[in-house]
Structures are given as C-alpha cells and as structure tokens.
Design a protein around this ligand. Sequence first.
Ligand code: ATP
Length: 312
Amino acid sequence: MSAITVRVPAKVNLQLAVGPLREDGYHDLVNVFHAVSLFDEVTAAEPFDPAPGRDPSAASLGVRVEGDLAGEVPVSDDNLAVRAARALADRTGRSYRADLLIRKSIPVAGGMAGGSADAAAALVACNELWGLGLPREDLMEIAADIGSDVPFALLGGTAVGTGRGERLAPLETAGVFHWVFALADGGLSTPRVYGECDRLREEAGVAAPTPAVSEALLAALREGDVRALGQALSNDLQPAALALRPSLANTLAAGREHGALGALVSGSGPTCAFLAESAERAHELAALIKNVDGCRSVVTASGPVPGATVAG
Ligand code: ATP
C-alpha cells in the first residue's frame, strides 16, 4: 500500500472536572470526552523520491498541512502527527519513512484536541502504511505517551478519562446529539488556561475539589435525554477561559438566549459548544450565533462518532 488516509474526529468535553495540581505538574481530572463529526484527515504516503545523493533507506518524516487553518499549524518536527509517527517507528526500533498530509478542519488551539486527533490519525495511518499490524492496545499506549487527549481520538464515541485524562472507559449512550460550535479568532494556550484556573482558585481561597464524574450526566447519556444532558454539561476551566477571553461570555449568552439546551466552553477554549434539540434547531442556532461579536465562524456537528478510522 503506498498511501493510507485516516479520518479522525474533534472532541468536546461534556464534563471537565479539574482537581488539585499534582507534583508532576498535571492535574487530576475527570474528563468526559465526546467525539463529534468535525474531522481532520491525515494521509501517510511513501515518500516520492529521495533527494539525489541521499540514502534511500534513511529515516525521514515530512509533513504538509492543507486548509484555511494551515498557517496556524507547525510543519516542523513539533507537529504532533510527526511526533506520533516517530514514536511509532521508535517503538519498532527501525527507521521508517513517510510523507504526512494533514487536511485540517478542526480549529487550532481551539479546545477541540485537533493536534491530538492528528497524532492519533498518524499512528493508525503509519501502522497500516508500514505493515506493522500493532493492535489497538499498543497504539493506545503510544498515544498516552504523546498526550492526554490522544488515546481518546483513537477510541472515539463517548468516554470518561481519569488520571490526567488518559485512562479511558467507554460510556453507554443512546441516540445522536446535535451541536453548534462557535469558533473564535485566535487560540488559547491549554497550559495558560490551567495556570489561570489555579490562580483564580488561589485568589478566591478555594481548594480544588477531588474530581468525580457527574451521575446526572451519565444518566442523561444512557437515556439519550438531550434536555438533561444540556443541564448536566460542566467545565471547571470555563471561568479561567472567560477571564482570559471575556468576549466568550457574550457568545455563551447569545447561544442560551437563542434556545441552546446547554452552552459551555469546549475544554480550554476558546471554542464554545452549544447543544441543540435536533439537527434542524442546530442549523437555526448556528445562523443566529454567527453574527455575535468575537465569533469567527460556526459549524454544526453531531456525536458520538467513531475514533480514528482508515477512510474508504
Ligand atoms: P486540547 O483541546 O487538547 O487542549 P487544542 O485543541 O486547544 O488542544 P490543538 O489544536 O491540539 O489545541 O493545538 C495546540 C498547539 O499544538 C497549536 O497551537 C500548535 O502549535 C501545536 N500543534 C502541533 N501539531 C499540531 C497539529 N497537527 N494540529 C494542530 N496543532 C498542532
């Protein structure tokens, strides 16, 4: 096989409960992930021709990014898809070569784990391209070393993550949920938002609670009860994201006024997520939110959807 394309979804956090800062610099989390139908595509191909004079068996991993958001994504070794491909090659102890092409639709630094999604897609694509045949459990292990959100991008569906978010258990859900995402101009750095969360808690003299999964959320998912789900959405990072980007409060308020059943900042933001009663209501809501100040664009999506999957 000379090229493999993998489609991988974005995520929204239905619950993000943030515990105290641990000694290793991470926070203990309860993170309910939900994969939605907003996809990046990653193609891994055998490199065309080695540069003249270069050893054709030498390891080489290249990356290109296409799409309106391409300018915001690094095309160096820091690209998470490249890091993932390298981690996979290292695991086998051999040198491998691939050209990676990312078709980017997931917002960058938007709180929807787009970089992690590309890392997961690169693992699946290179595993196939290189004929390694590693089972999903092995890919999950490599994924967890790359970043806390990467294992979920492999798994997809709806799942609860504990620890720093990387220990995953799939959750039972019923039906399809319809979402609107309001994308903001510019991103928010995830470490900065966590830092602001710690700072706000310290300033208020509030000790971080031990994170626990919301029983109301689990029941709403199990029963496919969209109204109860709207009520149960929560994100402990939201006050910090709003402190760093005050305009998000307008966006959330506009969604609620226009009938969203739930409205919250997605992960570390600045993307805002709105739950709608139906696909039709999601489209109406998107049209109404589009013109709010600070909102760059809107997209509709539904979930849950499967994780990184070989396309076609
Ligand atoms: P999360 O929701 O997991 O906190 P995020 O959605 O806020 O993440 P990402 O889009 O995953 O943020 O990217 C964060 C940073 O990672 C970007 O600013 C970018 O510099 C870097 N990055 C590296 N590789 C990629 C990639 N393939 N796609 C997007 N960003 C990447």
